[in-house]
Design a protein around this ligand. Structure first.
Ligand code: SF4
Ligand code: SF4
Length: 318
């Protein structure tokens, strides 16, 4: 049992995770008190995924994932983490989905052609997911494959892989949908979104014309990058070993066309982020990921662009 002080601290920490500096502690505390009476069931389903998002989820910056989900809801089943495995997992999934009002978290994209490319038990996930989503309170796409199709939908798309949104549209299922892209998903993005939904019963504020939480995807990565000052002074990396703090744009960095707060949130207990590790951003949270031709921005697109033109370009491609 949490003491009052511990409870308020927990609310404050989750509030920061969800809302950054816009503290909502009192509202959250109220929400969590309601939750204590009837915590929503949270059910995870895996489609065409690589387990990377599940692995990532386990490494939250400030929260232990399992402890966190236990505080804000009832982590009912997860195909890799819950005690219910195999037939027990399938039976519990069936029961939760029949009862309804659950939060359904999907990892991976949904194969449509052939649907048998991914089975859950002995049924195609293409059929199972419709049963799972029909009565769900909300569906949350964890990672880029569920959000936008991701790697299974790239190249020749041998399995007719669909994003969860495209799948629900094809099945004519109307349910509130949230996309939390990333390859893998950022644990804070997923946990913050789940916390917001469970505490308020609503989707978090969305970025205009998208299903993405504004809090995490509202701004271009480039604008918050630690190398931005070097970019504005036209100092670019030519030699990775020598120009360690310079801008990676001319090495193909997709920061100027990718919206995410990852340069300030960082990864692995705030240790670092791709651009700080001397690696250009490959835009894993971008809806076009993985890009058709090249992971990196084409050199011709960025070569000899003066600062003023680049600024225009980044604003228009947001
Ligand atoms: S182009 Fe990439 S490395 Fe350069 S400032 Fe933008 S995000 Fe940072
Ligand atoms: S910096 Fe780019 S590639 Fe790295 S996690 Fe963020 S969006 Fe993905």
């Amino acid at each position: 049992m949490l003491t009052r002080r511990e409870f308020i601290k927990r609310c404050r920490d989750i509030s920061l995770l969800m809302c950054g500096q816009t503290l909502l502690t009192r509202q959250l505390a109220h929400g969590f008190l309601q939750l204590a009476k009837a915590p929503p069931s949270i059910a995870f389903v895996h489609a065409q995924n690589c387990m990377g998002c599940t692995t990532s989820m386990m490494y939250g910056n400030d929260f232990d994932f399992l402890d966190f989900l236990g505080s804000v809801g009832n982590l009912d089943i997860h195909p890799a983490l819950s005690f219910n495995q195999g037939g027990e997992y399938l039976a519990r999934l069936d029961a939760i989905c029949k009862e309804g009002n659950h939060l359904l978290v999907v990892e991976g994209s949904i194969p449509s052609d052939p649907p048998e490319a991914c089975l859950l038990g002995d049924r195609p996930i293409y059929d199972v997911l419709a049963d799972c989503a029909q009565k769900a309170k909300m569906v949350i796409c964890s990672g880029s494959c569920a959000s936008h199709g991701g790697i299974p939908a790239s190249g020749g798309n041998q399995t007719g892989a669909l994003s969860v949104g495209a799948y629900l549209e094809q099945k004519k299922i109307k349910v509130p949908l949230l996309q939390v892209p990333g390859c893998p998903v950022h644990p804070d993005h997923l946990m913050g979104s789940i916390a917001y939904i469970t505490a308020t019963g609503k989707l978090p504020p969305l970025k205009k014309e998208t299903r993405l939480p504004e809090e995490y995807f509202g701004e271009l990565l480039h604008n918050r990058c630690s190398r931005y000052q070097h970019f504005s002074q036209d100092k670019f990396v030519n030699n990775y070993a020598k120009d360690k703090n310079d801008c990676l744009l001319k090495k193909g960095c997709r920061g100027p066309v990718t919206a995410s707060d990852c340069p300030v949130r960082r990864w692995n207990k705030r240790t670092s982020v791709c651009v700080e590790s001397n690696t250009p951003c490959i835009g894993c949270m971008n809806s076009h990921w993985p890009f058709k031709s090249d992971l990196y921005l084409e050199t011709a697109e960025v070569e000899d662009l003066p600062w003023s033109q680049m600024k225009q370009k980044t604003n228009s491609r947001r």
